[in-house]
Structure formats: structure tokens, C-alpha cells
Ligand binder design. Structure first.
Ligand code: C5P
Ligand code: MG
Length: 211
């Protein structure tokens, strides 16, 4: 009754977004599957806010913040940063940008607990995840792409094949099941992540335009 009353009169933190039409997408897939590249193109086309937790960590590391220093010890081994740290950082970023057409989450969620936290965060905004799109790319292609990227990315975790393999293992052990978690909510879809950037982009937009 109270919730209904608040909604009717537009009172409360949720009222701004509750009925707002937003599209919230998780761009999913293993490291090196093209999430960052495609997210940038999707932002251009749809005007969504791109939130890459990897980029946020690299920004913090570049500025030697306490958060960056803490994350660094995990990232340089290709391990996951603990959920509490990652979720807190993501939450801050979303809450600092409430007035957007939608979010594209890239590199998050990477665990089931991160997925649950994201759903709660979205629910608090009167929103939900509308779509998870997985870019499927095989391991050997991933390794060669990341090593190639490492020549210019300046990322220590892109330059060492054993770290790259560890990132793939972490993906298989902790992250892959996020697809099934959202599949149970009927929002997961998979797209072929091989081929030219424009071809892959066309596959993504045809999925998004159906939502
Ligand atoms: O997403 P991206 O591949 O750029 O992430 C780089 C690294 O940042 C990951 O290998 C991992 O160490 C860390 N990371 C994480 N949890 C996330 C996103 C990134 O631990 N949700
Ligand atoms: Mg990325």
C-alpha cells in the first residue's frame, strides 16, 4: 500500500527510473572475445553507458589508488578481484550515472554472486537486465587475439601466455555459469564472435533490435 502510494505520487528513490524505458545489456564472453570493441560501437549507435569493470580497475591502478593497488595483485595473476571490491566499484559507477538510456556491462558480472548483486542493483532502480549477449570465440583464437592486443595495450596480463591461459581457466570455472543464470531468466543469447568487426556488430544489433 505504501509502495503503491509512493509510486502514484512519484515519491522515493525509485520513482525516477521505475517506469523509464531503459535497455540494460550484459555483453558477455571470455577475455579477448571482443566485448570492449563491440561495446564502443554499441554506445555510438544506441547511446548507452558502457561500464567496463576491467577499464575501471585499470583507471584505479593507473592512479595508484588504494582500490587500484588492491586490485592489481589479482589482475596481474589473471585472478578475479574479490566480489565485494568489484561489486562496490560497479555500484558506485551505476549510482553516479542514473540518467542514462541503458547500461552495457562489459566484464561484469563474472560470478553468480556478482550477477545477484547486479540484479538487486537494477531492481533498486526499477530496472532489470533485459539481455545478455555472449560472444563465442574458441580458446586458440582468444590467445592469439590477446597476444596481438598485448603488443599495444600495455597490459601486463595481455603479454604472458600463462596468465592468459589462467584468465581462460577462471572464465571456465567461475564465469561461464553466469550465462545459465540469465538463461534461466530467458534473457541469454549467444552470437558467433568470429569474423570481421562489422559482421559481429551486425549480429549484435539484430539481437538488440528485437528487444
Ligand atoms: O574485463 P577485463 O578482461 O578487462 O578484466 C581484466 C582483469 O580485471 C581480469 O582478468 C580480472 O583480473 C579483473 N576483473 C575482475 N572482475 C571483474 C572484471 C575484471 O576481477 N568483474
Ligand atoms: Mg575488455
Amino acid at each position: 500500500m505504501i509502495e503503491w502510494f509512493k509510486r502514484l505520487f512519484g515519491i522515493g528513490t525509485n520513482s525516477l527510473n521505475a517506469d523509464k524505458l531503459m535497455v540494460n545489456i550484459i555483453l558477455f564472453g571470455p577475455p579477448g572475445s571482443g566485448k570492449g570493441t563491440q561495446a564502443a560501437k554499441l554506445v555510438e549507435k544506441y547511446g548507452f553507458l558502457h561500464i567496463s569493470t576491467g577499464d575501471l580497475f585499470r583507471y584505479e591502478m593507473g592512479n595508484d589508488t588504494p582500490l587500484g593497488l588492491e586490485a592489481k595483485s589479482f589482475i596481474e595473476k589473471g585472478e578475479l578481484v574479490p566480489d565485494s571490491i568489484t561489486i562496490g566499484m560497479l555500484k558506485n559507477k551505476v549510482e553516479a550515472n542514473p540518467d542514462v538510456k541503458g547500461y552495457i556491462f562489459d566484464g561484469f558480472p563474472r560470478t553468480i554472486d556478482q550477477s545477484k548483486a547486479l540484479d538487486e542493483l537494477m531492481a533498486g532502480l526499477g530496472q532489470s537486465i533485459n539481455l545478455l549477449i555472449a560472444l563465442s570465440v574458441d580458446d586458440e583464437e582468444i590467445i592469439s587475439r590477446i597476444l596481438q592486443r598485448g603488443k599495444t595495450s600495455g597490459r601486463a596480463d595481455d603479454n604472458d601466455e600463462s596468465i592468459i591461459r589462467n584468465r581462460i581457466n577462471v572464465y571456465n570455472e567461475n564465469t561461464r555459469q553466469v550465462y545459465d543464470y540469465y538463461d534461466a531468466k530467458k534473457v541469454s543469447q549467444s552470437v558467433d564472435g568470429l569474423g570481421g568487426i562489422e559482421d559481429i556488430f551486425a549480429r549484435l544489433t539484430s539481437v538488440i533490435d528485437q528487444v
